[in-house]
Structures are given as structure tokens and as C-alpha cells.
Design a protein around this ligand. Sequence first.
Ligand code: MSP
Length: 669
Amino acid sequence: MGKFYITTPIYYPSANLHIGHAYTTVAADALARFHRLRGDDTWFLTGTDEHGQKMEQAARAAGKEPLEFVDGIVAGIRELWRVLDITYDDFIRTTEPRHQKVIGDIFTRLWQKGDIYLGRYEGWYCTGCEAYYTETQAKDIGYHCPDHDKPLERVGEDAYFFRLSAYAGRLREHIERNPEFVQPPSRRQEMLSFIDQGLEDLCVSRSSFRWGIPVPFAPGHVVYVWIDALCNYISALGYPDGERYRRYWPADVHLVGKEILRFHTIIWPIILMALGEPLPRRVFGHGWLVLESGKMSKTRGNVVDPLVLVERYGLDAVRYFLLREIPFGADGYYSEEALVRRTNSDLANDLGNLVHRSLSMLKRFAGGRVPAPARREPVDDEIPALAGEVVESFASSMEDLQISTALAEVWRLVGRLNKYIDEAAPWALRRAGDERVNTVLYQMAEGIRLLSVLLKPVLVRSAPLMWESVGAPRPFTEVTWEDTRWGLLPPGSPVKVGEPLFPRRELGGALVTTPHAAGPEDKPGAGPAREAATARPAGQAEAGKVEQDRGIRVAEAGEGEEGLVSIDAFRRLDLRVARVTGAERVPGADRLLRLRIDLGGEEREIVAGIAEHYRPEEVVGRSVVVITNLQPARIRGIESRGMLLAAQEGGRLVLVTTDGDIPAGARVT
Ligand code: MSP
């Protein structure tokens, strides 16, 4: 157990934040939550960077005073963090007195030491970037800022300067001696070369605008951007003598976008050196989310609003996508299609199915209580072994800030558990009266419990539901890293089968309704099912109610705007070849046959409305096609778990069968 202090950049409240800002903050949140889970004394700081000419101009354009203007946007930012469930411990605003006081003191101190001196600045300035361009840079871009599409201004004024140049040698040495300091490692050389080009002293005050922290000893000057902004990381802790400062400084990670990595690995450490304070352990510059249409910017009107995405796809999907899709450190394309793809494949298919099928088997085969493990086979031991391995590598990737890799590790276990269920076939074990079924069921439940602990930092809505679904004992809020040990779930824990955690989504957020996700009650008065052209499920002869319960609605709900069924909706149907092993008439129902079918290791009963067309002995031994993943329906007191396909024309009905020999259980696609 140690301490962990993590920060995000403080964001400019000149406009509402977009998905790019959410990316940094969600990543910092996941890391903070991970360290709390580890038992580290964790402090997570975020905030807003509220001064400067740009802000003054934005306020003026909105017809407001600067503070009044930023207050409104800051409220929106806090609301965004609430929706994204960001667990920051402190939110610093650079307009707060606690910050202003520290900045005034730091500025005076550096001046008294001789690290800040009065000079004159002249240069090419972009008010959008709040940055001067050197003569060469300005010439290269034709004296016109490409990011803000406005001409650079020639600015000259008296200004204070910070002696960066005096510290270049010490900084270089620090970066060389501390390979962890600049992250990812690929950016280290870039920073060293930057130092080697020669550091110029930095202009740290301005007298051409008012919206800033006054320089205490120089009326008319305000502290200019980087000293004000960077020192938030210590002012918020109560530098120089606050209890929190002693407890948490130096920072363990400053998480920033790559475009401001340089300020954090050059200017910031030099400020700290000049103050005689320890340097942060790591500064991590992550890549950008870019759109097919280029960089996200308000002027281009292509910003993606995270609130809309959460509304459409749910919080966990958005958090998971951001953290999993792009290797942390690299740039990556953002698109809503990619979000939907990722959500459906990893969350709905892999994790969601694992949870749902496990819970329903625990319910059906073990009466809804986690059984005690019994007879084992060597393959059963592979699961705890893999879980141990995954826990280790997940932790070390998270320590190394490789969040996407850490999640990929977790999905190794998800994938293995799904395969384990397919191979161990608990339904067959149960039928054979093999007590190993209890071992397999126990491991399925324990797998879900353990996954919920690992996913606690990321899937903040569904991890607690997973934990509760297998009846794990303590409240989820009390979960610690100790809970990643395999085998802690007590046999006898009650299982709760709820709604699927991750329904499949269409682009735009509509649900791809599954038989589990929507019953008729979701759509009162839904009309009758459309007749499919040639093949239609047979066996609904008895009741329209049964029709609705059993899958016709799958197609209905998956219909696109033109009445077409989406490929996703179709793929949700699990169509299988089944061998009919027994058939008999249902007493009192002229049209129904009760069939026993073999699905390649699993036996089921279904009730089909084919008795007017087939005698029982005619169907036994035939290969038929069955939809296997419908909700079971009770027909004449018999539980029917599946539906036959048959083709119908006029008064004729024939079974859909296969052209050639193929084993029972084969998938029909
Ligand atoms: N106020 C400064 C930071 C001062 S820190 C002492 C600032 N603010 S900002 O509002 O422009 O936010 C910049 C940060 O937002 C980036 O460093 C990055 O973390 C995040 N991102 C903004 N757009 C982004 C993308 N398109 N993609 C990924 N992250 C992005 O700079």
C-alpha cells in the first residue's frame, strides 16, 4: 500500500468540453479507481484553467464578465463529470483565492531568487493558442494560425521572464536518469531534442490584458499562462505547507494530451527545481482522438458531445470504448460506428453473454444457488490458473498506465470462460448425472465475481451488478484487491438473473432487441408478426401469445426503417441443426407434436404445430433446423425450448432440413 496522486490537465472553460477532454478524464478516473482498489491512499485532482486573453475575449463575445462567463461553463463541466461518474477528490479553479494566493507567492519568490527578471517581449502571437510563435515558425505558417484560422499579431510589451535556460542541463540530466519521467517512452527523445535545441527564457507576465492573477510587485502585470496553470497541481494541495501537500506531493502521474506534454516535462519541472521541490514521478502524454474529418474543433463544428453518447449507449459502453479502443499513448480514430462495434462485440457478445448464460444455467441446473465444487478434471484447474495470471498482468499493465492492454488481459479470461462452458457442456454433465457439473457451475459464478472486481475501475454501472448477480457476500463498495483471489465465493450464494447487462445496440443507440431484452410488455399492442416469405417458424399454432413471447418479436424489433431486418438482429438468432430423437402427439391438441431433439450433446423438448402434416414416426431420425435461443414457452403445460423451421404454402407444410449429412448441433448461418 502506498500513495497515489494523479491529475488531469485543467481544462479551458471557454466552451463546453468534448469527447477528447472526456478521454483524459475517464482515463485518470479509471487509474484513480484502480489505485483505490489496490488500497493506495489516492488523490485525484482535476479543474479548470480560467485566465487569459482568450477567455476574456470569449466572455466579451457572450456579453458577459469573464467570471460570470466561466462560472456557467464550469457548472457544465462539473455536470459532465457527474454523468461520467468521475471520482475526483478535488476540483481546482484558477480563479479561486486559494490558487491565486499561491501563484502570487511563487511568482514573488522566483523573482526574489533572480529566476524571474523584467525584459521586453516582441513576437508573433496567436490569441487562440495563447502562444508566441518564433520568427521561423511564424514564417512557416505564413503568419497565420492554421488551428484558429486567424492572422498572428505582432506584439511587443514589457514583461517578466523566467530563466528556463539556466536549468536546461539539470533537466536534461533528470530526464536521462529517470526513464519513467517522460511517458510513453517513445516521447522521451523528442523532449531531449527539444532541450538540445536550446531553451529560451519564458515570458511569464503580460500587461496587455487584465484577466489574470496580478503580479504582486508589478502593478499592471498579470501572471501569464503557464506559471498560473501548471502550479495548480500544488496550489490545490495547499503548497507550501499544507497537510495534503506533504502527504501527496510529488505527483505519481500527470496525465496530459501529447500537445502539452512539452510544457509538463520542461517548464513544469524547471519551476519545481527553481522552487526546490521534488519533481513528479511520471508525466504521461496520451494521443489524440481524431475524427475522419480531422481534428475536433468548435470552429469546424465537428465536436462530439459525450453526454449524447452516454444517453445513447450507456455510461459503461462509453467508458469502456474510450479506454479499450486505442492503445493508451497512441492517436486513434474516433467514430460512433467503432463505439457500436466495440460495445456489441466485447460487452454484449463476450462479457454479456458469459454473464447471462452462466446465470441462467446456475438457475436451471443448480436451483439458483452457487453449488459447491465437486469432481474436477485437469481442464478445470486451468481456469483458476489463468485467473491468477490475468489478475497479475492486469495489475502490472494498470501500474504502467497501459489501460487498453489491461482490459485486453481481462478479456482473455472472459474468452476462456466462454470456451470453458462450451467445452465442459454443463447441460450434458447434468444429464449424465456427473457431479462435475457443480465444479463447472461454481467456476462460472466465481469467474463472474472475479471479473466484477477487475472491472470495477471501468464498468462503474455493471461491475456492481455482476458482483451482486452471483450473490457475493459483502457490498460491492467494500471490495478490495484481496477480492481478486480465486475461490472466495461461498457455495450456497443466491444467484440473481436480471436483465442482460449489455444489450446490443444499433448505430444511434436503438436496442437490437433480444428475446431476453424485450417481452411483449415493452410494446403493448404490437401488431401480428409479418409472415416470412417461404420459411417460418412452426409450432405457434396454439396461441398468438406464444408467438409474441417466442421470437417473432426478434425480427420485429430488429426491423430497420424500411421494414428490413438488420444483420445484427439476424445474428442474434441461434439456428442449429437438430436430430429428432422422439416424437408424440400432445393429447387434446390436433396440431401439436411434442418432439425430443438432440443438439449435439444437449437434449431438449420442443412443441411444434406440425401434427396435421407429419405423423410422429415420420419425423423421428430427421435433421431439422431449430431456433434455440428463444425464451422458453409453456404450451399445454409442456415447456418448449426452441422452434422448428418449416416452409408453408397453401395448405402444405414441409420441414426445413439440411442438404447433406452434418452433425446435430451444427450452426445454421
Ligand atoms: N488549459 C490547458 C492545460 C493546462 S494544464 C496545466 C489546456 N486545456 S484544454 O481545455 O485545451 O484541454 C487540453 C486537454 O484536453 C489535452 O491535453 C487533452 O488531455 C484533452 N484533449 C482535448 N482534445 C483532445 C482530443 N481530441 N483527443 C484527446 N485528448 C484531447 O490545454
